[in-house]
Ligand binder design. Structure first.
Ligand code: ZN
Length: 256
C-alpha cells in the first residue's frame, strides 16, 4: 500500500511547500464548491445552461427583469446559496487560522469560505456574493430575508430602506464592471505572497486568470489543484489533478 506521503508524492510536496511558505494566497473557483454540490455555472447542468443571464443594464432598465432576478434569488434556482462548506473549505479555514493564509481570493458567490470560518475581511470576492443584497445607489447592505415575504406574497420589488434606490443581490452581473476595490486588494495580496495556491479554477476567465501569472512573475511559487488541466499548468511549480477536499485534508493542519 502506497502512503499518500510516499517520497516525492505531490501531496507531500504541497505539504512541505505550505510549511515553508510565509504568506499564502488561496485562489478559489467553481471547483471548490462543486464538492459542496454547487454546479459549476459554466458546465452542462450549471445555471447558465438552464436559464439565460440577466444583464446588469436590463436589471436597471426593466422592472420585469428585476422581478425575474428576484424570483430566481428566492427560488434558489441558481443553486448558489443554501449549500454547506466541504472538507476543502474547512482546510483553508484551518490554514488561515494557523496564520499561513493572508487572503482567500474567490470567484465564487456562495459565502462558503466565510461559512467555514475564514474571517470575512480575509475573503476577497471578485464576483460578489449571492447571500445578501446591496443598494445600487448608496451601497447599503440589505439581507435577503428582509425582502422575501413582501416579494413572494405581494410582489413588491425590493427597494433601499434608506434612499429608495434599486436593490440587487450583491453578485457582479454580466455587463457589470469588475469591482474596483476587491480587484485592487487581490492584486496587492498577490504581489505580497510567496505561495499562490489555486483551488478548483479552470483559470480560463480573465482578469481572474491573470493573478497566478502576476504571482509567478513576482517570484512566488504557484500550485494548482484542479480536476482538469488548466492553461497555466505549464508555468506552475506543482500541479495536482485531484479532489480538493481530499488533498487539503491531507496537507493542512488538523487543527489551527
Ligand atoms: Zn440606498
Amino acid at each position: 500500500m502506497v502512503s499518500p506521503f510516499s517520497a516525492q508524492s505531490p501531496r507531500l510536496q504541497l505539504k512541505r511547500m505550505l510549511e515553508v511558505a510565509r504568506r499564502v494566497v488561496v485562489f478559489t473557483g467553481a471547483g471548490m464548491s462543486t464538492e459542496s454540490g454547487i454546479p459549476d455555472f459554466r458546465s452542462p447542468g450549471g445555471v447558465w445552461s438552464r436559464m439565460s443571464p440577466i444583464y446588469f443594464d436590463e436589471f436597471v432598465r426593466d422592472p420585469e427583469k428585476r422581478r425575474e432576478a428576484w424570483r430566481r434569488a428566492f427560488s434558489g434556482v441558481a443553486g448558489w446559496t443554501g449549500a454547506s462548506p466541504n472538507a476543502g473549505h474547512f482546510a483553508v479555514a484551518r490554514l488561515t487560522a494557523a496564520g499561513k493564509v493572508s487572503a482567500v481570493i474567490t470567484q465564487n458567490v456562495d459565502n462558503l469560505h466565510q461559512d467555514s470560518g475564514v474571517p470575512a475581511e480575509r475573503v476577497i470576492e471578485l464576483h460578489g456574493n449571492a447571500s445578501y443584497a446591496t443598494c445600487l445607489n448608496c451601497g447599503l447592505r440589505h439581507e435577503l430575508e428582509d425582502f422575501r415575504a413582501s416579494f413572494l406574497e405581494r410582489g413588491k420589488l425590493p427597494a433601499c430602506r434608506d434612499c429608495g434606490g434599486l436593490v440587487k443581490t450583491a453578485t457582479i452581473s454580466f455587463g457589470q464592471p469588475m469591482p474596483e476595490a476587491p480587484m485592487r486588494r487581490a492584486e496587492e495580496e498577490t504581489l505580497a505572497c510567496d505561495l499562490f495556491l489555486v483551488l478548483g479554477s479552470s483559470l480560463a476567465v480573465r482578469p481572474a486568470a491573470d493573478f497566478p501569472v502576476i504571482a509567478k512573475r513576482n517570484g512566488a511559487k504557484l500550485v494548482i489543484v484542479n480536476r482538469e488541466p488548466t492553461p497555466l499548468d505549464p508555468i506552475a511549480d506543482l500541479v495536482l489533478h485531484d479532489e480538493i477536499g481530499a488533498v487539503l485534508a491531507d496537507v493542512a493542519p488538523q487543527r489551527a
